[in-house]
Design a protein around this ligand. Sequence first.
Ligand SMILES: Nc1ncnc2c1ncn2[C@@H]1O[C@H](COP(=O)(O)OP(=O)(O)OP(=O)(O)O)[C@@H](O)[C@H]1O
Length: 384
Amino acid sequence: MPTREEILKALESVIDPEIRKNVVELGMVREIAIGEDRVDVTISLTTGGCPLRNHFVVAVRKAVRALGVEEIGVEFDVLSPEEKAALQQRLGMKSGLPDGSKASLAQVTNVICVGSGKGGVGKSTLTVNLAAALAAEGKSVGVLDADVWGYSIPRMLGLGSERPPVSAERKILPLEAHGLKVMSIGFFVAEDSAVVWRGPMLHKALTQFLEDVDWGALDYLLIDLPPGTGDVSMTLAQLLPQARFLLVTTPQATAQKVARRAAEMATKVNLDLLGVIENMSGFTTPGGERFAIFGEGGGQQLARELDLPLFGKVPLTMPLREQADAGEPLVATDPDDPASQAVRQAARGLIAATPTVELPPILQELPGLPVMQHEPKGATLPMA
Ligand SMILES: Nc1ncnc2c1ncn2[C@@H]1O[C@H](COP(=O)(O)OP(=O)(O)OP(=O)(O)O)[C@@H](O)[C@H]1O
């Protein structure tokens, strides 16, 4: 078993997304209990109703699991008023500590960035269809189109360039389509106009999407990244220490090599890799003859090289393209199409690979604390 010091060192990777400092530095690690085959960590929150619990459970488990510990318990208590005052002083804050209520991603269990490296491999098509397949499995799902240069999600979900409404709390409300919550840069710029944002402006736009959009409680937020790496993944890694990266590639060796570079970049900026989906994996004629138009095996090879699961191989089918052009996810309109079946299988694999967060029993028993439970999902923790 790791030592207390090793665990504390690992917990330095657990960032409070609002204060943007790690929990060790913030003095929020109350207790570390090292058992024979398990570790229990108690995190002190700034407020009992802090909706960031969910984020901390996932991040603490990930940090301690990296030390080879299988069984990890995460408990919570609340900083005393004196401890809070001391923390506030240490941070040089004049006003109160954040209570988590402004973090619009606080109730999002899984944030998954879908990226490819190479353009045109079907990243947006798969994002939309995976989202619809996750929704069909009973999950609550949001889609953020972060492909700021080539946003195509609104079109693929049949949404125009209508501006999203703003709530009384001055939060931007995502539009809804096919049971999904959707946000895209495309809602804010004139149709077909090119967005030439770089560096700080891009950072600002993405920050706003992530912080000012009222996503509410979601099991999954899928983020469609622009092709390539760079500014967007850097920004996301800074803003979303809990995000994971799903790689899309075609069977072609060139696409797979570029995807591997994207994976390396993601790792560099500390985005955890989740798995691989191969798209455009062969075409079968109505007569049953199969053509490996883009070759074979790229997804499998990429998954093997990176030691990741291959969630699926989605074939080329005309309806997948046609339905995307018509603004409908194929998995919703024709779940039996071979491409739909492959995407649905990938969604089930994704669900299995992203375990939902258990509600700590103590929170279910606390009187007077509003607890929001999502049966049968059981994935979302209480909100303030
Ligand atoms: N499995 C498939 N079968 C048939 N057509 C597909 C398939 N996957 C994607 N396409 C089509 O290929 C084109 C490119 O797909 P898409 O726009 O999703 O790629 P992308 O990787 O997001 O591109 P970009 O890099 O420009 O954002 C689209 O016309 C889409 O409908």
